[in-house]
Ligand binder design. Structure first.
Ligand SMILES: [Zn+2]
Ligand SMILES: [Zn+2]
Length: 338
């Protein structure tokens, strides 16, 4: 069983050596072939707008629900189940496994992780992975799809513009999206992943049907089903979206830098638990293939994705887990941490 599914080496692989920016990856400047052409820009923007705004409107209903004391324990339970399922789908699945190949696994678990991540509504899997690999290849330089530091001007105004672009603005622009065939050929050429990518809307639907069904199962009424949908759907989507966006914006702006990475990535401790460990982002840019982003013991304790991968390894469900030795870590430590 340990024979299968290591992604084939193809495309601009993001590894430790390419982590220090565009120069190190061999690409001095982004070329036209790096960019994915958006087939229907207006439809894409409308869809992104709906996904961005509707959950925020739903939060208004949630506040009213809490105020009117209609809130039940099962709403929180449905929220927690869906937040953890889709969150780990993004961090363990889309990010550490599909983008960076931090471990190997079987075809069934590979498909499961792809579906869990797709339910988060952060875009089809191949686009997510391609954009993220391009982020590492051009980190905080021209070509990075969501850097808060490129072309946003100076001073407070420039900083706020940069943060807004890195947080959510970049989703509405299609000028630096990664060419999927160039940045994710291993996924484009994988029949299972290509199918899940094509059927993204099904899995988004499943991600809404699950909290509806779970709400009904736990509460026993149609009202419980709808509040389950509200919490496990809308509230979960908006919170996970903004946590993911914050890795792109806040974690390239605020926090501490321990490693020399050639970009502005930072470790932001308070965001670590909610982001399943992704906020140890300077560590991640220093060692992109590492399965754990928390490298010190206390960082590791606040890295639920690393704990999950370790658990899956113990169960024999994943293997070839990439770890970074203390000696290797020492080679990139900044002499004066910032
Ligand atoms: Zn980053
Ligand atoms: Zn990454």
């Amino acid at each position: 069983m340990h024979s299968a599914t290591r992604a084939p080496d193809a495309g601009p692989q993001v590894d430790d050596e390419s982590s220090s920016g565009a120069q190190a990856s061999g690409a001095v400047a982004p070329a036209a072939s790096d960019i994915e052409i958006c087939a229907n820009e207006r439809a894409d923007r409308i869809a992104t707008g709906i996904v961005t705004i509707v959950p925020v409107l739903a939060l208004g209903i949630v506040v009213w629900q809490a105020w009117a004391e209609f809130l039940h324990w099962h709403d929180f339970l449905v929220f927690a189940v869906m937040y953890v399922t889709t969150g780990l789908g993004i961090t363990v699945g889309f990010h550490r496994y599909f983008t960076h190949r931090a471990f190997a696994t079987s075809t069934p678990l590979r498909a499961t992780l792809a579906v869990m991540g797709t339910m988060a509504i952060e875009g089809p899997i191949t686009a997510w992975v391609a954009d993220h690999r391009k982020h590492h290849a051009f980190s905080d330089q021209e070509g990075d799809p969501h850097s808060p530091h490129v072309d946003h001007g100076h001073g407070l105004r420039g900083a706020l513009r940069g943060l807004a672009h890195a947080h959510v603005g970049w989703l509405f622009l299609h000028t630096q999206r990664a060419n999927k065939r160039r940045y994710a050929p291993d996924l484009v050429g994988d029949a299972t992943i290509a199918f899940i990518d094509r059927t993204t809307l099904w899995w988004i639907g499943l991600g809404l049907a699950l909290p509806f069904g779970l709400g009904f199962a736990l509460g026993g009424t149609l009202q419980a089903a709808f509040t389950g949908l509200l919490w496990g759907g809308a509230v979960r989507i908006v919170l996970l979206h903004h946590v993911t966006y914050s890795i792109n914006s806040l974690c390239h702006f605020f926090g501490r830098r321990r490693f020399a990475t050639g970009d502005q990535s930072r470790n932001l401790a308070w965001l670590a638990p909610l982001s399943f460990g992704e906020a140890w982002h300077n560590n991640h840019h220093a060692f992109p293939t590492s399965a754990a982003h928390g490298l010190r013991w206390y960082e590791r304790a606040l890295d639920p994705s690393a704990i999950t991968i370790a658990g899956l390894r113990r169960l024999g469900l994943v293997w070839d887990v990439v770890t970074i030795s203390a000696q290797r870590q020492a080679t990139k430590v900044l002499t004066t941490p910032r």
